[in-house]
Design a protein around this ligand. Sequence first.
Ligand code: NAI
Length: 303
Amino acid sequence: MGLLEDKVVVVTGAGGGIGRGIALLLASEGASVVVNDLGASVHGEGASASAAGKVVDEIRAAGGNAVANGDSVASWESAQRIIGQALDTYGRIDGVVNNAGILRDRFFFKMDPDEWRAVIDVHLNGTFYMSRAAAPHLRAQQSGAYVHMTSTSGLIGGMGQANYAAAKMGIAGLSRSISIDMAQARVRSNCIAPFAFSRMIGAIPVKDEAQAARVETLKKMDPAMVAPLAVYLLTDAAADVTGQVFAVRANEIFLMSQSRPLRSVHRPEGWTPQSVADHAIPALRANFYGPDMSKDVFSWDPI
Ligand code: NAI
Protein backbone atom coordinates (compact mmCIF):
# COMPACT_ATOMS: atom_id res chain seq x y z
CA MET A 1 0.00 0.00 0.00
CA GLY A 2 1.30 3.42 -0.93
CA LEU A 3 1.13 6.41 1.40
CA LEU A 4 -1.30 8.25 -0.89
CA GLU A 5 -3.74 5.53 -1.95
CA ASP A 6 -7.11 7.09 -2.97
CA LYS A 7 -5.72 10.63 -2.97
CA VAL A 8 -5.81 12.97 -5.95
CA VAL A 9 -3.07 15.55 -6.40
CA VAL A 10 -2.50 18.26 -9.00
CA VAL A 11 1.15 19.08 -9.73
CA THR A 12 1.71 22.21 -11.82
CA GLY A 13 4.70 22.56 -14.12
CA ALA A 14 5.19 18.79 -13.86
CA GLY A 15 6.35 18.21 -17.44
CA GLY A 16 9.99 18.34 -16.36
CA GLY A 17 12.42 19.15 -13.56
CA ILE A 18 11.26 19.11 -9.95
CA GLY A 19 7.54 18.81 -10.78
CA ARG A 20 8.11 15.68 -12.86
CA GLY A 21 9.97 14.03 -9.96
CA ILE A 22 7.13 14.87 -7.58
CA ALA A 23 4.46 13.57 -9.99
CA LEU A 24 6.30 10.26 -10.49
CA LEU A 25 6.83 9.68 -6.75
CA LEU A 26 3.23 10.65 -5.94
CA ALA A 27 1.95 8.11 -8.45
CA SER A 28 4.26 5.41 -7.11
CA GLU A 29 2.77 6.04 -3.65
CA GLY A 30 -0.70 5.41 -5.07
CA ALA A 31 -1.97 8.94 -5.76
CA SER A 32 -3.87 9.78 -8.93
CA VAL A 33 -2.05 12.72 -10.45
CA VAL A 34 -3.11 15.57 -12.70
CA VAL A 35 0.14 16.39 -14.48
CA ASN A 36 -0.15 20.03 -15.50
CA ASP A 37 2.37 21.75 -17.75
CA LEU A 38 1.94 24.53 -20.25
CA GLY A 39 5.04 23.32 -22.06
CA ALA A 40 6.33 26.86 -22.30
CA SER A 41 9.94 27.98 -22.71
CA VAL A 42 11.86 28.81 -19.55
CA HIS A 43 10.93 32.47 -20.17
CA GLY A 44 7.25 31.58 -20.41
CA GLU A 45 6.87 31.76 -24.19
CA GLY A 46 4.97 29.26 -26.35
CA ALA A 47 3.10 26.14 -25.27
CA SER A 48 3.26 22.40 -25.98
CA ALA A 49 0.97 19.65 -24.77
CA SER A 50 3.70 17.02 -25.08
CA ALA A 51 5.55 17.94 -21.84
CA ALA A 52 2.74 16.83 -19.54
CA GLY A 53 1.79 13.93 -21.84
CA LYS A 54 5.25 12.35 -21.62
CA VAL A 55 5.18 12.29 -17.83
CA VAL A 56 1.69 10.80 -17.88
CA ASP A 57 3.00 8.06 -20.21
CA GLU A 58 5.84 7.35 -17.77
CA ILE A 59 3.43 7.11 -14.84
CA ARG A 60 1.04 4.82 -16.70
CA ALA A 61 3.88 2.62 -17.93
CA ALA A 62 4.84 2.10 -14.28
CA GLY A 63 1.25 1.12 -13.45
CA GLY A 64 0.12 4.46 -11.95
CA ASN A 65 -2.84 6.77 -12.58
CA ALA A 66 -2.38 10.16 -14.23
CA VAL A 67 -3.94 12.56 -16.71
CA ALA A 68 -2.28 15.39 -18.60
CA ASN A 69 -3.33 19.03 -18.51
CA GLY A 70 -1.81 21.73 -20.72
CA ASP A 71 -3.43 24.84 -19.21
CA SER A 72 -1.57 27.80 -17.78
CA VAL A 73 -1.70 28.39 -14.04
CA ALA A 74 -1.49 32.12 -14.70
CA SER A 75 -5.20 32.88 -15.00
CA TRP A 76 -8.22 32.43 -12.76
CA GLU A 77 -10.21 30.63 -15.48
CA SER A 78 -7.52 28.14 -16.46
CA ALA A 79 -6.72 27.38 -12.80
CA GLN A 80 -10.41 26.54 -12.34
CA ARG A 81 -10.17 24.20 -15.36
CA ILE A 82 -7.10 22.42 -13.95
CA ILE A 83 -8.81 21.72 -10.60
CA GLY A 84 -12.01 20.92 -12.52
CA GLN A 85 -10.14 18.23 -14.46
CA ALA A 86 -9.11 16.55 -11.19
CA LEU A 87 -12.73 16.55 -10.02
CA ASP A 88 -14.14 15.39 -13.37
CA THR A 89 -11.56 12.62 -13.79
CA TYR A 90 -11.11 11.33 -10.25
CA GLY A 91 -14.06 12.82 -8.34
CA ARG A 92 -11.99 14.61 -5.70
CA ILE A 93 -8.96 16.74 -4.93
CA ASP A 94 -6.64 16.25 -1.95
CA GLY A 95 -3.51 18.19 -2.77
CA VAL A 96 -2.05 20.92 -4.95
CA VAL A 97 1.66 21.28 -5.65
CA ASN A 98 2.31 24.79 -6.96
CA ASN A 99 5.53 24.20 -8.84
CA ALA A 100 5.11 25.84 -12.29
CA GLY A 101 7.61 28.58 -12.93
CA ILE A 102 9.45 30.81 -15.36
CA LEU A 103 12.34 33.24 -15.18
CA ARG A 104 12.83 36.66 -16.75
CA ASP A 105 16.10 37.73 -15.13
CA ARG A 106 17.23 41.32 -15.48
CA PHE A 107 18.98 43.72 -13.13
CA PHE A 108 16.34 45.62 -11.15
CA PHE A 109 17.37 48.97 -12.58
CA LYS A 110 16.69 47.69 -16.12
CA MET A 111 13.64 45.48 -15.49
CA ASP A 112 10.58 46.49 -17.50
CA PRO A 113 6.96 46.06 -16.36
CA ASP A 114 6.35 43.13 -18.73
CA GLU A 115 9.24 41.18 -17.21
CA TRP A 116 7.90 41.97 -13.75
CA ARG A 117 4.30 41.02 -14.57
CA ALA A 118 5.06 37.78 -16.43
CA VAL A 119 6.96 36.31 -13.48
CA ILE A 120 4.50 37.53 -10.84
CA ASP A 121 1.63 36.13 -12.95
CA VAL A 122 2.99 32.59 -13.15
CA HIS A 123 4.49 32.24 -9.67
CA LEU A 124 2.54 34.42 -7.24
CA ASN A 125 -0.78 34.87 -9.04
CA GLY A 126 -0.67 31.29 -10.35
CA THR A 127 -0.15 29.97 -6.81
CA PHE A 128 -3.10 32.05 -5.60
CA TYR A 129 -5.40 30.99 -8.48
CA MET A 130 -4.59 27.30 -8.11
CA SER A 131 -4.84 27.28 -4.32
CA ARG A 132 -8.04 29.30 -4.36
CA ALA A 133 -9.65 27.05 -7.01
CA ALA A 134 -9.08 23.99 -4.79
CA ALA A 135 -9.99 25.71 -1.51
CA PRO A 136 -13.80 25.19 -1.47
CA HIS A 137 -13.39 21.47 -2.16
CA LEU A 138 -10.70 21.00 0.50
CA ARG A 139 -12.77 22.97 3.02
CA ALA A 140 -15.89 20.94 2.27
CA GLN A 141 -14.10 17.65 2.82
CA GLN A 142 -12.16 19.01 5.84
CA SER A 143 -8.81 17.74 4.60
CA GLY A 144 -6.07 18.47 2.12
CA ALA A 145 -2.64 19.97 1.69
CA TYR A 146 -0.78 22.53 -0.39
CA VAL A 147 2.91 22.45 -1.22
CA HIS A 148 4.32 25.56 -2.87
CA MET A 149 7.78 26.04 -4.34
CA THR A 150 9.43 29.13 -2.96
CA SER A 151 13.13 29.96 -3.40
CA THR A 152 16.15 31.16 -1.51
CA SER A 153 16.18 33.83 -4.21
CA GLY A 154 13.16 35.31 -2.42
CA LEU A 155 14.04 34.27 1.13
CA ILE A 156 17.54 35.73 0.99
CA GLY A 157 17.54 37.70 -2.28
CA GLY A 158 18.92 36.95 -5.72
CA MET A 159 20.95 38.99 -8.17
CA GLY A 160 18.99 40.03 -11.25
CA GLN A 161 15.83 38.39 -9.90
CA ALA A 162 13.71 41.18 -8.36
CA ASN A 163 10.55 39.87 -10.09
CA TYR A 164 11.19 36.23 -9.14
CA ALA A 165 12.37 37.04 -5.59
CA ALA A 166 9.28 39.18 -4.95
CA ALA A 167 7.01 36.42 -6.26
CA LYS A 168 8.75 33.72 -4.21
CA MET A 169 8.70 35.77 -0.98
CA GLY A 170 5.05 36.52 -1.75
CA ILE A 171 4.37 32.80 -2.02
CA ALA A 172 5.91 32.25 1.43
CA GLY A 173 3.54 34.87 2.88
CA LEU A 174 0.59 33.47 0.97
CA SER A 175 1.34 29.98 2.27
CA ARG A 176 1.44 31.15 5.87
CA SER A 177 -1.85 32.96 5.44
CA ILE A 178 -3.43 29.89 3.86
CA SER A 179 -2.16 27.77 6.77
CA ILE A 180 -3.91 30.14 9.19
CA ASP A 181 -7.14 30.63 7.24
CA MET A 182 -7.55 26.94 6.44
CA ALA A 183 -6.42 25.49 9.78
CA GLN A 184 -9.97 25.05 11.03
CA ALA A 185 -10.74 23.01 7.91
CA ARG A 186 -7.65 20.87 8.67
CA VAL A 187 -6.06 21.93 5.40
CA ARG A 188 -2.30 22.44 5.52
CA SER A 189 0.05 24.68 3.56
CA ASN A 190 3.84 24.46 3.41
CA CYS A 191 6.64 25.75 1.19
CA ILE A 192 9.76 24.12 -0.17
CA ALA A 193 12.80 26.08 -1.29
CA PRO A 194 14.45 23.54 -3.57
CA PHE A 195 17.97 23.26 -4.89
CA ALA A 196 18.22 21.26 -8.11
CA PHE A 197 19.80 21.37 -11.50
CA SER A 198 16.97 21.82 -13.99
CA ARG A 199 16.26 23.57 -17.25
CA MET A 200 15.44 26.71 -15.26
CA ILE A 201 18.78 26.83 -13.47
CA GLY A 202 20.63 26.08 -16.71
CA ALA A 203 19.01 29.23 -18.15
CA ILE A 204 20.23 31.64 -15.47
CA PRO A 205 22.78 34.00 -16.99
CA VAL A 206 25.97 33.63 -14.96
CA LYS A 207 26.94 37.11 -13.77
CA ASP A 208 29.98 36.48 -11.59
CA GLU A 209 32.34 33.78 -10.36
CA ALA A 210 30.34 33.11 -7.21
CA GLN A 211 27.26 32.44 -9.30
CA ALA A 212 29.20 30.19 -11.67
CA ALA A 213 30.37 28.19 -8.63
CA ARG A 214 26.76 27.87 -7.41
CA VAL A 215 25.67 26.51 -10.76
CA GLU A 216 28.47 23.91 -10.62
CA THR A 217 27.26 22.88 -7.15
CA LEU A 218 23.66 22.67 -8.34
CA LYS A 219 24.68 20.38 -11.20
CA LYS A 220 25.23 17.67 -8.59
CA MET A 221 21.59 17.85 -7.48
CA ASP A 222 19.01 15.75 -9.26
CA PRO A 223 15.54 17.40 -9.31
CA ALA A 224 14.09 14.06 -8.10
CA MET A 225 15.77 14.65 -4.72
CA VAL A 226 13.11 17.24 -3.87
CA ALA A 227 10.24 14.78 -4.27
CA PRO A 228 10.33 12.80 -0.98
CA LEU A 229 9.71 15.88 1.20
CA ALA A 230 7.00 17.20 -1.14
CA VAL A 231 5.24 13.83 -1.15
CA TYR A 232 5.52 13.48 2.64
CA LEU A 233 3.91 16.92 3.09
CA LEU A 234 0.87 15.66 1.16
CA THR A 235 0.38 12.56 3.31
CA ASP A 236 -1.76 12.21 6.43
CA ALA A 237 1.47 11.57 8.36
CA ALA A 238 2.14 15.34 8.03
CA ALA A 239 -1.19 16.19 9.74
CA ASP A 240 0.43 18.59 12.22
CA VAL A 241 2.94 20.17 9.81
CA THR A 242 1.73 23.47 8.40
CA GLY A 243 2.90 27.02 7.78
CA GLN A 244 6.55 25.96 7.38
CA VAL A 245 9.28 26.66 4.84
CA PHE A 246 11.68 23.78 4.23
CA ALA A 247 14.72 23.72 1.99
CA VAL A 248 15.99 20.63 0.21
CA ARG A 249 19.64 20.65 -0.79
CA ALA A 250 20.60 17.23 -2.18
CA ASN A 251 20.28 14.82 0.76
CA GLU A 252 19.84 17.59 3.33
CA ILE A 253 16.52 19.03 4.54
CA PHE A 254 16.57 22.20 6.59
CA LEU A 255 14.06 24.64 8.01
CA MET A 256 13.86 28.17 6.57
CA SER A 257 10.60 29.31 8.23
CA GLN A 258 11.09 33.03 8.63
CA SER A 259 9.97 36.10 10.47
CA ARG A 260 10.49 35.83 14.15
CA PRO A 261 12.10 38.62 16.17
CA LEU A 262 15.83 37.86 16.09
CA ARG A 263 16.88 40.41 18.66
CA SER A 264 15.25 43.43 20.27
CA VAL A 265 16.35 46.65 21.94
CA HIS A 266 14.12 48.70 24.21
CA ARG A 267 14.39 52.20 25.75
CA PRO A 268 11.79 53.27 28.32
CA GLU A 269 12.19 56.90 27.23
CA GLY A 270 11.62 56.07 23.50
CA TRP A 271 13.94 56.71 20.57
CA THR A 272 15.41 59.61 18.65
CA PRO A 273 17.14 59.22 15.26
CA GLN A 274 20.42 59.82 17.09
CA SER A 275 19.81 57.19 19.77
CA VAL A 276 18.74 54.73 17.07
CA ALA A 277 22.12 55.36 15.41
CA ASP A 278 24.06 55.19 18.68
CA HIS A 279 22.35 52.28 20.41
CA ALA A 280 19.77 50.37 18.38
CA ILE A 281 21.72 49.75 15.18
CA PRO A 282 25.00 48.70 16.88
CA ALA A 283 23.04 46.19 18.97
CA LEU A 284 21.04 44.81 16.03
CA ARG A 285 23.79 44.80 13.42
CA ALA A 286 25.13 41.40 14.46
CA ASN A 287 21.87 39.87 13.22
CA PHE A 288 21.55 41.82 9.97
CA TYR A 289 20.58 39.79 6.97
CA GLY A 290 23.62 40.41 4.84
CA PRO A 291 25.60 38.86 2.02
CA ASP A 292 27.04 36.39 4.53
CA MET A 293 23.65 34.71 4.69
CA SER A 294 23.75 33.79 1.04
CA LYS A 295 27.34 32.62 1.53
CA ASP A 296 26.12 30.27 4.27
CA VAL A 297 23.50 28.81 2.01
CA PHE A 298 25.53 28.50 -1.16
CA SER A 299 29.15 27.86 -0.16
CA TRP A 300 28.52 24.24 0.48
CA ASP A 301 29.48 21.08 -1.29
CA PRO A 302 26.81 18.37 -1.43
CA ILE A 303 29.24 15.52 -1.99
P1 NAI B 1 11.62 23.79 -14.85
O1 NAI B 1 11.75 24.94 -15.79
O2 NAI B 1 12.27 22.49 -15.20
O3 NAI B 1 10.09 23.49 -14.54
C1 NAI B 1 9.08 24.47 -14.54
C2 NAI B 1 7.91 23.96 -15.36
O4 NAI B 1 6.83 24.90 -15.27
C3 NAI B 1 8.26 23.82 -16.85
O5 NAI B 1 8.03 22.48 -17.27
C4 NAI B 1 7.32 24.81 -17.54
O6 NAI B 1 6.84 24.38 -18.80
C5 NAI B 1 6.18 24.93 -16.52
N1 NAI B 1 5.42 26.17 -16.66
C6 NAI B 1 5.90 27.41 -16.91
N2 NAI B 1 4.91 28.30 -16.95
C7 NAI B 1 3.76 27.62 -16.73
C8 NAI B 1 2.39 28.00 -16.63
N3 NAI B 1 2.01 29.27 -16.80
N4 NAI B 1 1.48 27.04 -16.38
C9 NAI B 1 1.85 25.74 -16.22
N5 NAI B 1 3.13 25.33 -16.31
C10 NAI B 1 4.08 26.25 -16.55
O7 NAI B 1 12.19 24.32 -13.44
P2 NAI B 1 12.37 23.62 -12.00
O8 NAI B 1 13.74 23.93 -11.55
O9 NAI B 1 11.93 22.22 -12.00
O10 NAI B 1 11.40 24.53 -11.12
C11 NAI B 1 10.27 24.05 -10.42
C12 NAI B 1 9.91 25.06 -9.33
O11 NAI B 1 10.94 25.11 -8.35
C13 NAI B 1 9.72 26.49 -9.84
O12 NAI B 1 8.66 27.10 -9.15
C14 NAI B 1 11.04 27.15 -9.48
O13 NAI B 1 10.89 28.53 -9.36
C15 NAI B 1 11.34 26.46 -8.16
N6 NAI B 1 12.76 26.53 -7.79
C16 NAI B 1 13.71 25.78 -8.42
C17 NAI B 1 15.02 25.85 -7.99
C18 NAI B 1 16.08 24.97 -8.55
O14 NAI B 1 17.19 24.95 -7.98
N7 NAI B 1 15.82 24.24 -9.64
C19 NAI B 1 15.45 26.77 -6.94
C20 NAI B 1 14.39 27.49 -6.33
C21 NAI B 1 13.09 27.37 -6.76
